[in-house]
Ligand binder design. Structure first.
Ligand SMILES: Cc1cc2nc3c(=O)[nH]c(=O)nc-3n(C[C@H](O)[C@H](O)[C@H](O)COP(=O)(O)OP(=O)(O)OC[C@H]3O[C@@H](n4cnc5c(N)ncnc54)[C@H](O)[C@@H]3O)c2cc1C
Length: 410
């Protein structure tokens, strides 16, 4: 198999790693390109030209549902919401699966010597679950035997829950075809992934500036800042541990991520960014909840506290429907519609737009490293930036008072 024939066309390769898992001769390994995204590399000496990699490529085949069956506003009632990014739906499902003796597979992000190592991992005990909870806004690595490990659990008759990006879920479903009876899949609504190499360059820069070692990064620090796009970076210096608040609209990596400037090429044409989903269930933030369903919020006498996080839950298969019906007491569920959920969540109707800044950012990165990115970031996002910085620092209570005054004036 010639490399040029693999995952064609190259810019559509989502880096799911299916081809390297499926190759009977271990001839395919995932290698990083110059900006850190993983792509298949074929060892032509080992390749026997069987074509399995092409036949099973997630981008050529697909397990998309015909349409979403049910849409809910959902919040977990059986888990601590602070550890999850949205309404904790994944945590609730994962706990149920673990309690029934199953395995949960998802993205974790360890830190070793100041470096983030996001990757897919399986856990079989409740205490290991915390590592999978919460969004890590980078593409996670897939160990070459990631899907094989999941398949072996299924073959052994164990239940498996897999939660990941839609492309990963699609790849896994293809890989375990014929053995998926005990598999439950959840895809996350995903607007795109930056590379972990790029993220690590950003961390390196932070460490240089602060003369420290980064020990953790929580993208959505709900315990401190509520249901928001605000995180925390933890670092050690002189034997002590510190924490710095990271504003999503201010920090270079986070803002470039949110603005869609640093995604993998295939994310801009993502075929999963629509109302045909690949997982049995899909989960995302229920952005716009106060407009779509104000009556269920605690401010208006309802039971849902939006500060703790609210999920949108899409039920896409009979298996997903049966699971939710059987375990309905683990969630607060309010019927919604796909149109309502998608109105404030662009990824549910189209992929992220490729921005003019993307190529410039990656050119600067290749030429000058992360310092080049920072310089370009400051120049390109200058407009309104000071206002954002000031607004971020106005205490919440003051913001609430201003909102109230403006509301009563209207
Ligand atoms: C890169 C990325 C982009 C996202 N974009 C959107 C968006 O545009 N709109 C939206 O509504 N929601 C988006 N989300 C999802 C959202 O942030 C929450 O993860 C989701 O709502 C689930 O919330 P939860 O509270 O149920 O579970 P959580 O505990 O927050 O999430 C856990 C689940 O997320 C998976 N996960 C976390 N990071 C990764 C990763 N890097 N790769 C693969 N799987 C991962 C875990 O495997 C697990 O299945 C995105 C998440 C990621 C990782």
């Amino acid at each position: 198999m010639k490399e040029s024939q693999l995952a064609y066309p190259h810019e559509l390769c989502c880096g799911c790693g299916m081809c390297s898992n499926v190759c009977p001769k271990n001839a395919i390994t995932m290698k990083r390109d110059s900006i850190g995204f993983i792509y298949p590399k074929v060892d032509e000496r080992k390749c026997i030209d069987c074509g399995l990699c092409l036949k099973t490529c997630a981008y050529k085949k697909s397990n998309l549902s015909t349409s979403v069956l049910e849409t809910y506003v959902a919040v977990s009632t059986c888990t601590e919401l602070n550890k999850s990014s949205s309404g904790g739906v994944f945590a609730a499902v994962a706990q149920i699966v673990i309690k029934s003796g199953g395995i949960v597979a998802g993205a974790i992000m360890d830190f070793v010597d100041g470096k983030a190592l996001p990757r897919l991992e399986c856990v079989s005990e409740e205490k290991g679950l915390d590592r999978i909870l919460g969004s890590k806004y980078v593409q996670c690595d897939l160990p070459t035997d990631a899907y094989k490990a999941i398949k072996s659990h299924l073959l052994a008759g164990r239940k498996v829950l897999f939660g990941g990006t839609p492309c990963q879920v699609d790849a896994l479903k293809e890989f375990v075809k014929g053995f998926e009876e005990n598999l439950l899949t959840i895809d996350i609504v995903c607007h795109g992934v930056p590379s972990s190499t790029f993220f690590n360059s950003y961390l390196e820069k932070f460490q240089q500036v602060h003369d420290c070692v980064v020990t953790n990064y929580v993208f959505r620090d709900k315990a401190r800042y509520g249901w928001n796009l605000i995180g925390s970076i933890y670092y050690s210096k002189g034997g002590r541990t510190f924490r710095k608040k990271v504003y999503g609209n201010e920090d270079s990596f986070y803002r470039l991520f949110l603005d869609g400037d640093i995604y993998r090429e295939s994310c801009y044409t993502c075929k999963y960014a629509c109302g045909h989903r690949v997982g049995d269930l899909s989960i995302g933030d229920y952005w716009g909840i106060s407009k779509e369903h104000p009556e269920i919020l605690s401010d208006n006498g309802g039971l849902i506290n939006p500060d703790l996080g609210v999920s949108c839950l899409l039920v896409n298969s009979e298996k997903g429907r049966a699971f939710i019906a059987e375990h309905a007491d683990s969630f607060s569920l309010y019927p919604s519609s796909y149109e309502s959920a998608a109105r404030n969540n662009g990824q549910l109707h189209s992929p992220a737009k490729r921005t003019p800044l993307r190529d410039m950012i990656f050119d600067a990165y290749e030429d000058y490293g992360y310092s080049g990115v920072e310089t370009l970031y400051r120049k390109s996002k200058r407009e309104g930036y000071t206002a954002i910085i000031i607004k971020n620092r106005v205490p919440k209570i003051v913001k609430r008072c201003i909102k109230k005054v403006l509301h009563t004036k209207r």
